[in-house]
Design a protein around this ligand. Sequence first.
Ligand code: FEO
Ligand code: CA
Ligand code: CA
Ligand code: CA
Length: 600
Amino acid sequence: GPARRGEGRLGRVDFTPVPPNRRDAVVVPPGFRQDVVVRWGDPVLPGAPAFDAYRQTPEAAARQFGFNNDYVGLVELPRRSDRDRALLVVNHEYTTGTLMFPTGRYDAETQLRIEMQSHGMSVVTVERGQVAGSWRRVTPARARHNRRVTIDTAFRVTGPAAGDPRLRTAADPTGRRVLGTLNNCAGGTTPWGTVLSGEENVNQYFDASDGIPAEHAESFARYGITGEGRGWSAVDPRFDLSTEPHEAYRFGWIVELDPLSPGSAPRKHTMLGRFKHEGANISIARNGRAVAYLGDDERGDYLYKFVSRDRYDDSGRPRARAHNKTLLEHGTLFVARLTGDGTADGVYDGTGTWLPLTSDTTSYVPGMSVADVLLNTRLAADRRSPTRMDRPEDVEPNPVNGRVYAALTNNSGRGTAQPADEANPVTSSQTRPALGEPLVTQSGNRNGYVLELIPRGGDHASTTFTWNVLLVCGDPAAQETYFGGYDKSRVSPISCPDNVTFDPQGNLWVSTDGNVLGSNDGIFRVPVSGAERGRVQQFVTVPRGAEACGPLVTDGGRSLFFAVQHPGEITGATFEAPASTWPHTDDFPRPSVVVAYRSR
Ligand code: FEO
Ligand code: CA
Ligand code: CA
Ligand code: CA
């Protein structure tokens, strides 16, 4: 019959949850469809060659869609004539050579150079398809905003630490111009139409095996910059810390890309601190300040937030956008301490404080300068005794209810390396070795949880909040699990929450990475208010070996974009013997961005 208003809105529709499965497919509920929008290797820039796994070159990779798509943002174009188009902005977190290259086909250096160019970000123009909620990519020749950000793209360093001696290298004596961005994980789209991206596990790119200067030892140890790297130092000496130790300080930031300005230099914002940034999500506080919520994804690391000095300008005046693009350069960086109120009330909950670390002019950490705090944020935070969390992933404010949701993905060391507390209560959890097998008990927090933070007075600029553990993830049959008080016999199992987003009704959407219940990873819808609060329902499963990333409900709630990252990545898998061939356009897997929508 004819489409009715509101039909197909993902926040409103009833759907039959996708059951746990091990299929080599993207599975969505009956009545929905999903299309691949863009795959690893698809041309992004005009003139880019068609992808050929057997004839890859670094030059081609720099013009094609990168590997291992993670964050997915969608930015509207300002012109009315472009209203059926938008810019998809995607992170490329890391590469896995054994899944990218036919064995023995390329020499080691060529392979590394291709991998280096397959990192970074992509901007891909998309347009609406025939069915409401569907989207497809626009051919590069018709897409003037398309862009690849690679290891060679020049970034401008902003904020108080820009130009610090520790950011200066032989290639950049100013300490203000960095080539490339690495390990871009999650992110956020700002109210002013730019995209923030978190440089996460950047430690893995640097070679410390030839020794490091003693003055950097404490910092590098705290950041895990202790290994041999990924061989990149053989191709580019800046990744050799024995000769260029400062290069490591030039990564681990939140970067900001303006997709509407394809020629503009993206920026690295020192004011938001340096750690294993999962991502950054902005809310505008009541007083007009931009507030960014941040997570440091490491076992026992911290939740952070930034509050800008200056106010967001929503006037639409010509200069407003340029002003808003400076908001992340001045302000105050905080780290979170959570205090439980005891478990006698039957709920994991309590109060919290945002502890200031530094403003752009004043450090609040004795013995550390502003730049010290921003360059070695973990060391600074350690001195304020914040709460050690179970791997903070996405932290995002819900625009409907004003509360903030943090995915804490897991922590095998909870109860041992880190003692339990009320905000990190799980020291024993049930997992499933394989689908259909019984649950087994393991130490630590294996399935993760979702934390709900409630800023005092609903004010994101407030330095205090209350909190509760909304979801203790896992199989609902496991004793330790908790689904916001909802009936556990009526929810989907969920394991290892990673990215979060919201639909226009304010429902939480959660994607997972590392499911230990025997099923593929996926995406879940979770109401957070009313009688349905905590009703976890699985909406997507992704193929074998993949994690689900970057869910984004957009287009008035008609479209769910998400990234299928590392399909087929299981131990021992190779290009010739993959664990997946999704999206089934080749005989090897290709990380891809997908859009799901109502088909009837
Ligand atoms: Fe790249 Fe924390 O996930
Ligand atoms: Ca309590
Ligand atoms: Ca992630
Ligand atoms: Ca993850």
